[in-house]
Design a protein around this ligand. Sequence first.
Ligand SMILES: Nc1ncnc2c1ncn2[C@@H]1O[C@H](COP(=O)(O)OP(=O)(O)OP(=O)(O)O)[C@@H](O)[C@H]1O
Ligand SMILES: [Mg+2]
Length: 259
Amino acid sequence: MDFLNKLNPQQRKAVTAADGPVLVVAGPGSGKTRVLTQRIAYLIANEGVRPWQILAVTFTNKAAKEMDARVKAMLNEQATDGIMLGTFHSICARILRRESDHLPLGSNFVIFDSDDQERIVKSIVKEFNLNDKLYRAASVHASISRAKNELISAEEYPINVYRDEVVKRVYIEYQKRLIASNAVDFDDLLVYTARLLEENPAVKEKYAQRYKHILVDEFQDTNMAQYNLLKNLASYTLLLWIPSRSWSPPSNSSRASVP
Ligand SMILES: Nc1ncnc2c1ncn2[C@@H]1O[C@H](COP(=O)(O)OP(=O)(O)OP(=O)(O)O)[C@@H](O)[C@H]1O
Ligand SMILES: [Mg+2]
């Protein structure tokens, strides 16, 4: 493919690397995202990889759009049909709509935005007769969100000080209300997907077998829930991660299956 000529030798090596985990460490603006994009094109054009066997994760919607446009420009549009390319959140939403049979939700679930989320917390704080100066909706919601990104459910929420007890009660009620509205918040997209894969070996196997190539841009920014998700999806396959700083897995996770 002629696009390989436009790469420097190190970039070419990463783009054409054989199967197996590849770690690209390079400074800011040195062409890491470009490597990832070109590897997608290379896998399809040169290695006979089918588009639906590729999962590519970016951190922003803008980056996903750019990557999609760049891959399409390198190949013809049809050749790229079926690539799972997007942010963690958009990828999770697509998986969850497909697998809604396993969830307490319908496949047409709605995704509540930050305003909706805070409004629900606010109304719970009010109904529980809590002091809304002490328990500001934004701060209680932030605690819930932090827990979700560490995959801590409402029932598991640890209590150390009195405030935790309150947050836990609100968290439990908050989840009830989301489910009653057939809704999820942004964090739930990750949490439900991580749990779906952890708890359903058949579902996990299906996706893990399907995604022969998983490419992650800005891997160093993954949180616990995202890391867990990748670990499960990559359990049969390979992971190309692209950190620009040194990175170590979140502390309470297993390092075993990702070298
Ligand atoms: N071999 C190359 N030839 C020409 N242009 C290149 C080459 N490699 C990268 N570039 C250009 O350099 C710019 C930065 O590349 P890219 O966004 O891939 O870097 P990055 O390492 O992902 O950056 P960041 O650290 O900001 O994520 C882009 O405009 C890209 O098209
Ligand atoms: Mg980049």
